[in-house]
Design a protein around this ligand. Sequence first.
Ligand SMILES: [Mn+2]
Length: 402
Amino acid sequence: MIKKFIHTSDWHIGRKLRDFERYEEFRKFFQWLEDLINTEEIDALLVSGDIFDNTTPSVKAQEIYYSFLAKISQSHCRHVIIISGNHDSPAFLDAPAELLNLINIQVIGTACENEIITLYDTDKNPEMIVCAVPYLRDRDVRTLGSGDSYENIDRDLINGINFHYAKVFDEAKILSDKNKNISVVAMGHLFTHGGITKPDDGVRSLYVGTSIEIQSEIFPEFLTYTALGHLHSAQKIKRENIRYSGSPIQMDFGEAGQQKSVYIIELDGKNLINIRDVKIPIFKRLERISGDFDELCAEIQTFQNESVWLDVTYTGEETIGNLSDRIKDFVKAFSNVEILSIRDNKTAPESDEIKNSARGIDDITPLGMLDLFFDEKKIADDKREIFAKMYEEILLKAEIEE
Ligand SMILES: [Mn+2]
């Protein structure tokens, strides 16, 4: 029987902050997670999507992922179930599925007919039913009609997603009635109504041109627990047992200082005994600081030996021509401090220099890029709206998520 399982999501392996790589943080997180699995004697690990940060993960990102899976397969943990998120390539995740299956790791990258997984114990008795629904893409749930209005696209998407989940849960209920003593757990990667996002938390909208939220009522009462992915802050939705675990590392400066966690869910047969959130250590501190030159220097000095990345905003009255160089010079004496971006509120709150240097191309969404283009060409507001709608429609058809 499964006594304990872990719910985590939104790893975003390979994610950068500005142009800085974060592999070190990912390695430390996976080492920590492996240790947790061993010390807590975890039976199953559920990962609710956004495994990688993009659809073509780097070799390093893949190495981190597969090394972790290899180690877990040798641990106390008997089952790993992974679904894709909106950042993942379903086909990429699915490619090694058969091989991973041999070491009890089940991957559902693409929406399919086999999203209900029964887990078996070493005596081949069923011990848990998992409804592993990956992120549902437009093409999975909606038949594309030409000339659809936006309301229709929204409505059809919502209906399609609801229908998909309802079908899975109907089947799971039948299975559950046949196996009365085992738990049923749902996994999904979606925006559930009531969920909270924060500015700059790295959550990317799911469907281009729409902000679709799904009602939590789609998750029926018979589910022991619902393990969701997509929102980056840990939170529960309406009931105690419907949760987002959030991302394991702070995604951007908007999340600076936010405590990250994974959930350990404790079961007795089919009954939920306890949900614990286990705090993840901060492997790299992110801080936003602002002030005049002296205040900034004083703040920088407070970061003793701790490794920290800074987002700096100068708010002084005096115009400092070589501000960036002066701050960087000052920081040279502190090997633990690195400055990722400097904004000068005095001269240019959003100067081109910042746009180009602080933000890599990866951080700009297709619609953001269109905005930059409009700015450059000085396109009037009413025209922008029309062009933006057309552009969104093209993106939707091409199935490139924002
Ligand atoms: Mn995510």
